[in-house]
Design a binder for this molecule. Sequence first.
Ligand code: GLN
Length: 242
Amino acid sequence: MSKLTLNLAYLYPKLLNIYGDRGNVLTLSFRCQVRGIDLNISTINPGDTLQGKDFDMFFIGGGQDQQQILVSNDLQTKKDELIELIENNVVFLSICGGYQLLGKYYKASDGSEIPGIEALDLYTVAGSKRMIGNVLCKEIESGNTIVGFENHSGKTYLGPLAKPFAKVIRGGGNNGEDGFEGVRYKNVFGTYLHGSLLPKNPYLTDKLIELALERKGLTMPEVSLNDTFEEIAHKKAERLRY
Ligand code: GLN
């Protein structure tokens, strides 16, 4: 049987990588490798051309407003291609600042509007108070707990075409008002959870890998992993105070 491979585009790693978000790519790579899946990682920086159809997965991390402006300018040149891929069920994990830029816009605290790519029915407005702390939420689709750390001033509001990713149990989430965290649209997962997110949420890592394989007509190899440390980290994070 030919080797299973997945191709991941890591968007703007030099600009959007606060709070260790690159740990998500390392985790995807590890949990593919132990299953005998080759995860080929390509970094995409401003000015790079995107051969979008070559990729099964995308990752974009979080960043400060200034970096988001630089990324937004380049994203506009890739907007149509990314929207087409998202509509074609590509797996896309987006964190915080990167998540915000998949929507219509992020209105920063100085009132300036940073355009998103309008792939998702949502918009973000900087609030007067940053939401910072350890978040505990429950994925709506599975009911599984998801843990992570948030630090954002942006308050994200979902439109009717975007469904929330999770229900907040402890923390701010999208906007500190509606009790929801993140977004799920087709195979796009948007979330405010840094940490990085995936090392402490092995269930979600495996879900992303499985969705990417399924999109290629492939099934997840039956390999049981020893998740002792991941579960200890997850349970400990569940008990952290905000
Ligand atoms: N600059 C954005 C905000 O403050 C995103 C921050 C982040 O990515 N952690 O909401």
